[in-house]
Design a protein around this ligand. Structure first.
Ligand code: CA
Length: 398
């Protein structure tokens, strides 16, 4: 496929790391000085604290991120089409094969099946390929001193300092998401301390470089979050015409018999599972989109990152890894979301039209969205900046 080859070449040609903002800030230095007493109460020695926070500069870009989280802002079909696409299903299936022996042992010890563990891995870090690029002490330090939720991030900052003090990870390796999640499993530092597992027995839980430790730690997380071995997360269902879903949700659990009595059916006509306890009803895009009954195991997945769209991405990817197809009911839109391959293709087409969008990364960031807006205007579409199938098809044809 010509376009795909082109976009891959562009990816390599434009690969570059963004420069880190390095500005000193007396306010930041004063704030960090002020936190040392609490850090000491939290078990961080003053020499550790001094050594690791000295000369730290704030990165104010993480404060902007704090107020913009894609799982809450994107349409559900855009969010899912980037996270659960053919590419990720195929890579996940390759990982199931490559790590089959470890995954079997993990299932024996923690009771969580391979497809679920690998699905979390795929959504969290793209199977260990995307860890984030933010030095943790810098991002957590900044979040501890500026913006909302400072108390929460201070707790995580002290946990990160304790981890480094203990020597499980070298300071320069502690790099992760803007919010402080790191490694294959994208655990927050306090989650690392509570739940990371040294599965290969080399003396340290290594979620940066060791896939076995990471897979076991994910399973341990789900187990501690109440995972029920052998039970499904849920399933896609069909609602009868005129069904009133008002007030239903993940938390309002009802018995399967009650759902049956209200006319809820599985999309493939198989009987609803009646041995997995009560279920809640999710209709993430309203009454005309896909609907799901979700059991206790969905709550366990949800607790990994407190967003239902996120839980659905992992749940659906796990089904796809087991061989299931896409959702049966289409999303209620005439402009469906696009996969990462299609997003890279769209970016390649934007570049061919002379837009400077930076690297082709399939992410559709700020510059891509600005270019999409211009092309939408020219095509007579609503200029939203959103990259969907409609503008992709227009640029393919034009
Ligand atoms: Ca280990």
């Amino acid at each position: 496929m010509f376009v795909l080859k082109l976009t891959l070449r562009l990816t390599l040609a434009t690969l570059a790391l963004p420069a880190l903002a390095q500005t000193t800030s007396p306010e930041f230095a004063r704030c960090l000085d002020g936190l040392q007493g609490d850090a000491s109460k939290a078990g961080v020695t003053s020499s550790t604290y001094q050594k690791l926070t000295q000369g730290l500069t704030p990165d104010m870009s993480v404060i902007e991120k704090l107020d913009y989280q894609p799982e809450f802002r994107s349409a559900i079909w855009d969010y899912l089409s980037g996270l659960v696409d053919e590419e990720r299903v195929q890579e996940g299936q390759a990982m199931l094969v490559r790590h089959a022996e470890t995954l079997k042992q993990v299932e024996q010890r923690f009771g969580v099946d391979p497809a679920t563990v690998v699905a979390v891995w795929g959504v969290e870090s793209n199977f260990g390929q995307t860890f984030g690029k933010y030095p943790l002490l810098q991002s957590l330090g900044t979040l501890s001193c500026f913006g909302r939720r400072q108390d929460y991030f201070r707790t995580e900052l002290y946990a990160a300092l304790r981890i480094l003090q203990k020597g499980d990870i070298a300071p320069e390796r502690l790099v992760g998401s803007w919010a402080g999640a790191f490694g294959h499993t994208q655990f927050m530092p306090s989650t690392f301390e509570r739940l990371a597992v040294d599965f290969d027995g080399d003396g340290r839980a290594d979620l940066m470089d060791n896939a076995s430790d990471a897979l076991a730690s994910t399973a341990n997380f789900l187990k501690k979050a109440g995972w029920r071995t052998g039970q499904p997360w849920g399933l896609e269902v069909r609602l009868p015409t005129g069904f009133n879903a008002a007030g239903e949700g993940r938390r309002s659990k009802r018995s399967i018999n009650e759902w049956k009595a209200r006319g809820v059916q599985s999309v493939d006509g198989s009987p609803l599972p009646d041995d997995a306890g009560q279920a809640g009803l999710l209709t993430p895009a309203g009454p005309n989109g896909p609907a799901f009954l979700v059991f206790r195991n969905f709550d366990a997945i949800y607790s990994y990152n407190a967003a239902e769209s996120y839980g659905l991405a992992i749940a659906h990817l796990s089904d796809r890894l087991r061989g299931a197809g896409p959702f049966v009911t289409p999303w209620p839109t005439d402009d469906p979301g696009i996969s990462r391959v299609e997003r890279r293709e769209l970016q390649g087409l934007l570049i061919l039209r002379g837009h400077d969008i930076g690297e082709v990364d399939g992410m559709l960031g700020e510059r891509s969205r600005a270019a999409i807006k211009i092309e939408q205007e020219q095509a007579g579409h609503e200029a939203t900046g959103r990259g969907g199938l409609k503008i992709l098809n227009t640029l393919r044809g034009g």
